[in-house]
Design a protein around this ligand. Sequence first.
Ligand code: PHE
Length: 492
Amino acid sequence: MPSPRERWHSRTAFIMAAIGSAVGLGNVWRFPYVAYQSGGGAFLIPYFTALFTAGIPMLILEMGIGQRLQRGAPGAFAAIRPKLEWFGWWAAGLSAAIVIYYSTILAWSWVYLWHSLDVAWAGDVEGFYAREVLHKSAGPGELGAPVWPLVLGMALTWLSIYLILRRGVRNVSKVVMVTVPLPLVLLAVLLARGLTLPGSADGIRYYLTPDFAMLGDWRIWLRAYGQIFFSLSLASGVMIGYGSYLGRRAEITNSALITAFANCGTSFFAGFAVFSMLGYLAQVQGLPVPDVTDSGTGLAFVTYPMAIAKLPALQAAIGVVFFITLLTLGIDSAFALQEAFTTGLHDKWRLAPEKLARVFVLVAFPVSLIFTTRGGFYWFDIVDKWVCDFGLVAAGLGQSLIVGWLYDVRDFRAYLNGISEVRLGAWWVWALRVVTPAVLVVILVMNLKAEIEATYEGYPRWATSAGGWGTLVLFAVLGWFLWRARGRREAA
Ligand code: PHE
């Protein structure tokens, strides 16, 4: 007798977990910057267009297919066509790749949390990041030894993930009740601090002043689609895996809408917290706001800490709040990613959650140590770029084509309408069949073209081939083995 599938505690728990996965570092250090750079307030137009024509349709598809087929990505695609199991493993493999490097950012955040206590970066913020924290080498060719505080941060991260996942989805149901609201409260604290500083209004003005002329540049539209995809955790098997732990009559469409709006609302809100602080920093330094604006790791580990060091009071407290915000934002995205992969293993081999969590962490932790070495930053940067800009985009493309054209998507729509609070119109089918794949093809081609013209960040070709393409191929091969391996169901 197979044991019954694990279930979420409640509908709220499912929605919270989905929001936890979607709301992550991308909302804080990517959205505000992309918005500011792409027309400010006017960026909301391409952003919402991307949300409605691709993001929400895909999210409904992923949650719905997981719920209907009661399996994670590999099993779900196998149910559509047996050979597609390989594709499902590849998508889920991308989530394994992401969690392995995403954990690096959490490791850095632990280290900064520690240094917040005495605002150790004050003075030379950039030098502190590169030399004291990363011990950055000259390039990817010079790996060097692991930096031990980073190893410690990495160990704390994986230990947290293990402790949360070892009791499976029921435990995740409880954890997300803390890790989802807490960063929102902390962001509100940061916003309150930011808004009461001189210069904050200038920062916010830069963030939101609409520049409608920029909407004529079609690259801005592509950027909006890219941001929506990453932010909603699409194409990585995460939402399929989470959907698979829903009961058979569970509501889908409205849950997806709630998740999407909560995520985008958080991004918009985070922009105020970030830009009010940047406005202050600009004022203190006597520079225009654009000169202190940064995205990605630079924002979180250089620019924002720089502003903290310039605060008139409570520097350590705000530092602690900021890095706990990053940690709580990131941790539920991290364990969702791991769960996406291990759900596939569970479906095929009926392994217990504790064992899956243990084995995964025991393999992933040593691998992730590459990113704690002195050259680790460069490899982190390369893997991130390739997995997101090529891997996730290709997986999203495959997924929309497979479900749009090989699966009876009209019947699927009727199924969803039978269980959901909101009715899906025929537009949904066409968003999946035509709009999403068309946009993703263009993004993929553009990214490839840019890469052929000049290697990313000027890294040597051998490094981007090994770290970037190598990672994608490695997971394709791993997916092939997992697909060919005999599962419990077939063996029995
Ligand atoms: N959505 C997360 C963020 O915004 C990142 C993520 C991508 C998580 C893909 C899971 C899967 O940070």
